[in-house]
Design a protein. Structure first.
Length: 348
């Protein structure tokens, strides 16, 4: 329903922006009731256009046609374009075109010229709206053959009620769908946070191991340099003429000087190997943890998908039930109208 206080035509309202589904259905229902009253009185409007529909704070008002007009509009029925007189069925055509425009934001029939518009009205069909229920309602109103259209506004009003119920159910389902999507996003965010933290810890461990390996290699090089220097000194001593010395004692002395450097280098190498083993274990643990998180996320997504499928099934069953109820009401209504018609015929 429009929120404006001052009256405005429907065409003015549509130029302000897209009309919500709830507002469009409310206006469509009001327009349908207005046309039903006109048709039930044995009359027709003959010029149903957005310019002749006024929206007020109290509701919708259909302005009577002031005078017949030969101008072709995007709401003129094909038979009227071809020269046939207007009747209640041409009102229904215009109604369908207006409802389509309110719900989709685009005209059902368009043309850059009178000729192009005439061709569109007589040969084209509206583009799909995205809603099978809306398309069925509109198609039953804007059929090219007047006899193929719905003949009574009562049938259209029943379809509009069905659409309104479906729209309300869809609006009610939005919070639940949003809640499910929020839960999935939160689960994904949590998994991403855990994986990011673990990868950061793993990266820190790798950096520490790299620094330890570099330090160990530098220490090993230093120790090897010391050993090389000691060997050079020993070679020089052996090359110089000197009194005969105890070679075993000299060898033990050289080994004793070199042993600490060799032990230190060995310890460094062992430390690097130990660190690499820990890094491999951390990598294995990280892989298992990531696999577990991904598996949990997959199970969560499956559960959410199953819940959504169950909700869709329940909504589909409800739609079927509502449609059967509506069909039963329509059948009863048609029977009552036929009996009333028969009684009127007998009285006359």
């Amino acid at each position: 329903m429009t929120t404006s206080i001052a009256p405005q035509t429907l065409v003015q309202r549509m130029t302000e922006g897209r009309i919500s589904v709830r507002e469009a259905l409310h206006s469509a229902m009001s327009l349908a009731e207005s046309l039903r009253k006109i048709h039930d009185s044995g009359r027709f409007h003959g010029a149903v256009t957005p310019s002749n529909i006024v929206l007020t704070a109290a509701g919708l008002e259909l302005i009577p046609a002031l005078a017949p007009s030969a101008a072709v509009t995007p709401y003129t029925a094909p038979e009227v374009v071809q020269g046939s007189p207007a009747d209640s069925r041409s009102d229904i055509f215009a109604f369908g075109a207006i409802v389509y425009e309110m719900l989709t934001g685009r005209r059902a029939f368009e043309g850059d010229s009178d000729t192009a518009l005439t061709l569109s009205l007589t040969n084209s069909s509206p583009e799909p709206s995205g809603s099978p229920a809306v398309d069925r309602l509109v198609a039953s109103c804007v059929a090219k053959n007047p006899a193929a259209r719905w003949q009574r506004m009562q049938k259209i009003i029943m379809e509009l009620k069905l659409l309104t119920v479906a729209a309300r159910r869809a609006d009610a389902a939005l919070p639940a769908r949003a809640q499910a999507e929020a839960a999935i996003r939160a689960e994904i965010h949590e998994v991403e946070a855990r994986m990011t933290a673990r990868l950061a810890a793993h990266e820190q461990s790798v950096n520490e191991m790299q620094r330890a390996a570099v330090d160990a290699m530098n220490a090993v090089r230093e120790q090897l340099a010391v050993i090389g220097a000691d060997l050079s000194v020993a070679k020089e001593k052996l090359a110089q003429p000197a009194p005969k010395v105890d070679e075993q004692a000299l060898s033990d002395q050289i080994f004793a000087r070199m042993q600490p450097a060799i032990d230190a280098a060995s310890q460094r190498v062992s430390s690097v190997e130990h660190g690499l083993n820990e890094l491999r274990q951390n990598l294995d643990g990280l892989q298992r943890s990531v696999d577990a998180d991904l598996n949990d996320l997959e199970q969560t997504l499956k559960a959410q998908s199953s819940a959504i499928d169950s909700a869709r099934t329940a909504m589909s069953q409800t739609d079927d039930l509502v449609e059967r109820v509506v069909e039963a009401i329509e059948s009863l209504q048609s029977t009552v109208l036929e009996q009333q018609g028969e009684r009127s015929t007998l009285v006359n």
